[in-house]
Design a protein around this ligand. Structure first.
Ligand SMILES: Cc1cc2nc3c(=O)[nH]c(=O)nc-3n(C[C@H](O)[C@H](O)[C@H](O)COP(=O)(O)O)c2cc1C
Length: 405
């Protein structure tokens, strides 16, 4: 961004115009464009939109998916519906069902003791105690009064990697301070390339070690339940990285939809950081991303929250891993709920997996301690699956550990 342009933004901000603009457009991008940008925010939240959670407690977890029921009780239907799937929810359901296509092949009498089991892995230089990290999810102020901060803190308590959404309600610098673990910054690109440059440079200065380019969310991704409720919004929420009161600027809602492979190079050069591409699933797209210098491939369909009708992430993983051919790490998200799911994804060649909604349910039900509890449960389940299938190290998992892969 040129100095004169920056000055212009500052002047506008001082006059309050940009504050209003930022508030009005927060959720257009903040929820992966769950709201068409043109709609503007209502003056006040609808009375039945309720309050976000203020929970802070450890959770006793039977299984992670059951946390969703508690989240539904804590939030109003409008807030809860923000997490819903798009369209008919086919891809959302397929994300779970397709794990059934890969039954685990247990080995017996392998002389593996539970104390031998090592769940740790290394992802782009970061040693993680568990091959799980927290996905970027926008506008967490809808879910918890402290927005992204407890999610980041809880992920850090688990020693894992937090990926901050570019569409956060808190500024990236505050989120960076909230976690003791490693962190990446996810960007929804803006049509203003100087604004993109400024965001990724800010991320680097704040201590983020990689940039994630989200490629699969180019417009409104709203559940039918959310649309049916009239797309309720909380105008008090700000776009954390753009709110002038918090040091930000720019037209947040002007999302660049015509993404191309050269954007990977742009982000690499602008930030000086490794760039992962999130949401690429087709082998040619993956090869082209690598040709532009992508440092990681993130197989995802946004948790079935964008295009409905596409394949499950786990169904695309094997081909993605083959296209990458070991040159960079491959990670996967969408539908991870159980230790067994993690086992399957790693057996197919992923280095680690991301959790989106499970971390949000932990946040809603228990704040930072809730998120930490989600990690503990997944670690417990993965360890148990490893023991019962006779594998000591997650880094040793391969396709022979699955029946049909
Ligand atoms: C409420 C919500 C908001 C999301 N916001 C973002 C976002 O800002 N940026 C992004 O790259 N992905 C976003 N995602 C997608 C997640 O990063 C992730 O791909 C997805 O949640 C994984 O599927 P899962 O929820 O089944 O674990 C969002 C997902 C949800 C549920």
């Amino acid at each position: 961004m040129t100095t004169s342009r920056r000055d212009l933004f500052k002047t506008l901000a001082a006059g309050g115009a940009l504050i209003a603009a930022a508030q009005g457009t927060t959720q257009a991008l903040a929820q992966s464009a769950t709201q068409p940008p043109s709609q503007g925010a209502p003056a006040a939240p609808p009375p039945d939109f309720g309050a976000p959670s203020s929970q802070e407690r450890e959770l006793k977890i039977v299984n992670v998916e059951r946390l969703e029921d508690d989240a539904r009780k804590i939030l109003s239907p409008g807030r809860f519906a923000i997490m819903g799937p798009s369209g008919d929810g086919w891809t959302y359901r397929e994300n779970r069902r397709a794990f059934n296509d890969f039954p685990i092949m247990p080995r017996r009498l392998q002389n593996v003791d539970d104390k031998d089991i090592d769940l740790s892995t290394t992802l782009l230089g970061h040693k993680l105690p568990l091959p799980v990290f927290t996905c970027p999810t926008g506008a967490q102020g809808n879910f918890h009064v402290k927005a992204e901060l407890p999610n980041a803190a809880g992920t850090g308590m688990a020693g894992s990697l937090f990926v901050a959404s570019g569409a956060s309600n808190r500024p990236m610098e505050e989120i960076a301070q909230a976690t003791t673990g490693p962190k990446w910054f996810q960007i929804y690109m803006n049509r203003d390339m100087e604004l993109n440059r400024w965001l990724v440079q800010r991320a680097k200065a704040a201590g983020y070690s990689a940039i994630v380019l989200t490629a699969d969310a180019l417009g409104p991704g709203q559940s039918d339940d959310y649309i049916a409720l009239g797309r309720p919004r909380d105008p008090a929420l700000t776009a954390g990285n753009h709110d002038p009161a918090l040091g930000g600027h720019g037209n947040f809602s002007d999302q660049k939809r015509n993404l191309s492979f050269s954007d990977i190079t742009f982000l690499r050069e602008a930030s000086g950081l490794p760039v992962l591409v999130k949401g690429v699933v087709q082998p040619d797209d993956i090869r082209q991303s690598l040709a532009e210098g992508a440092a990681g491939i993130w197989v995802s369909n946004h948790g079935g929250r964008q295009m409905d009708g596409g394949p499950a992430s786990i169904s695309m993983l094997r081909a993605a891993v083959d296209a990458v051919g070991g040159r960079v790490p491959v990670v996967l998200d969408s539908g991870i709920r159980r230790g067994g799911d993690i086992f399957k994804a790693l057996s197919l060649g992923a280095t680690a997996v991301g959790i989106g909604r499970p971390a949000l349910w932990g946040l809603i039900d228990g704040g930072s301690l809730g998120v930490k509890s989600v990690y503990a449960q997944l670690a417990f389940e993965l360890k148990s699956t490893m023991l019962l299938s006779g594998v000591a190290k997650v880094t040793d998992l391969n396709r022979d550990n699955l029946a049909k892969a």
